[in-house]
Design a protein around this ligand. Sequence first.
Ligand code: NAP
Length: 263
Amino acid sequence: MDTHALITGAVGGLGKAFAAECAWRGWNLFLTDLQENALATLTGGLKRQFNVNISFYPCDLTAPRSRVELWQEIQRLNLHFHMLINVAGIEYEGDFIRRSLDELHTILRLNIENTVEMTHRILQFRDPQQTLYILNVSSLACFFPMPMKAVYAASKRFLLDFSLALREELRNENVSVTVLCPGAVPTNPRTIRRLNAQGLFGQLSLMNAGDVAAIAIERTLQGKRIIVPGIFNQMLQRIALLLPPTVLAAFIGRRWRRARKEQ
Ligand SMILES: NC(=O)c1ccc[n+]([C@@H]2O[C@H](COP(=O)([O-])OP(=O)(O)OC[C@H]3O[C@@H](n4cnc5c(N)ncnc54)[C@H](OP(=O)(O)O)[C@@H]3O)[C@@H](O)[C@H]2O)c1
């Protein structure tokens, strides 16, 4: 059976890096993202470089109907998977009160609802001969209650807890669930602007997408539970585990207010 890796958010900064890393390993791919043209361009580029089969299907992963159509296509193509990489995710930062309800719903639908559905559905389409690896892309933000990114950080916390719990539940089913918690990855202009605004912390936390993807795939295959790439980011994770959440939230809130005054 020809098995595939399924990558969501495949034409984003991290998604592309994951697609290249998987193709380099000789894995067949099924890619999804919003824009059909961008998926076609990425697929063409990867096929020229690597000798693998790649299919794609554009999908608005916040829309239940669109997700149903995606899985109908997967069924039509009779694909089976040994890996799911849930990369697609979104962040709108700034005062909670100033965020539109549309923005807040999009975070919840893409980061939480979509990841849960993709994870549930892939279990029906796994390659029964192989371990199924599920890699959920959370964020270093999942270890902190974060004023100005409250919904985003909490959605990534959901992914952390969800991944750890599911990992235990599916242990005897030959399914390995891993959660990736990257710090700062300069992927697109919006993210780069945000990272610059975070000053020294943003710079120290920085890692390029290719390195993050390579580390993440390697450790996922080793069956790791949580991956935090980068020594500075691992230090921040340890601090977060030591301090009470109330202290962390107050500290982060003060930093944001100060950064805003300086802008
Ligand atoms: N970059 C970082 O510093 C960082 C740090 C920690 C965690 N992460 C996480 O890593 C993941 C990837 O981040 P990234 O920086 O690579 O972001 P990105 O470049 O914005 O990639 C995300 C991709 O998801 C797509 N997408 C957005 N809404 C979608 C929808 N409704 N349906 C289907 N696809 C949709 C985007 O398409 P469009 O571009 O067309 O909207 C984009 O191609 C996210 O989960 C993010 O939270 C990133």
